[in-house]
Design a protein. Structure first.
Length: 163
């Protein structure tokens, strides 16, 4: 089979999931699309190597997370971008559901990037510790400590907001 056809099929099969993962990491649809496009362009350049992998989809996910963690133009001097609402405005009354989403985004934007990535991979992508460690290139124990610290940070932020 032609390598370009295989690449096109993989993009069609994974693009939506990659953008969704990017959205969870960046909190912004435009940044998520840019992140995904950057990763897919890089994957195309290295397709000869990637196409031979047993799980090229998992490799693309790893590329996306790594690109997010190293993206210098998103964060400069450790500034955290504010998340934009994911949903487009509608006539539907979404009240408390939207308020909960907004509060969640505000809390997630306060976390360091690696802690945020670990939480997204655990609770959004539903990956086990060993797969998260493989995606991020860190030890399983580091994954667990990052999750613990991230949840503690979220609890601290919640308690200060309630005061």
């Amino acid at each position: 089979m032609d390598g370009t056809v295989m690449y096109d099929e993989l993009v069609r099969a994974t693009e939506h999931r990659l953008v969704r993962l990017g959205l969870m990491l960046t909190g912004n649809l435009h940044s998520a699309e840019d992140l995904t496009q950057t990763v897919l362009a890089r994957a195309h350049r290295h397709w000869g190597r990637i196409s031979g992998l047993e799980h090229p989809e998992a490799y693309l996910r790893k590329m996306l997370v790594n690109e997010f963690l190293s993206w210098r133009r998103i964060l400069k001097n450790r500034e955290v971008p504010l998340a934009e609402p994911i949903d487009r405005p509608s006539d539907e009354d979404i009240g408390s559901r939207q308020a909960l989403k907004d509060a969640t985004w505000r809390l997630l934007t306060k976390l360091p990037r690696q802690q945020r990535a670990v939480l997204v991979l655990r609770y959004y992508e539903d990956l086990p510790d060993d797969e998260i460690a493989a995606v991020l290139g860190i030890a399983v124990g580091t994954v667990r400590s990052n999750i613990s610290r991230a949840l503690a940070n979220l609890r601290d932020h919640l308690s200060t907001e309630e005061d």
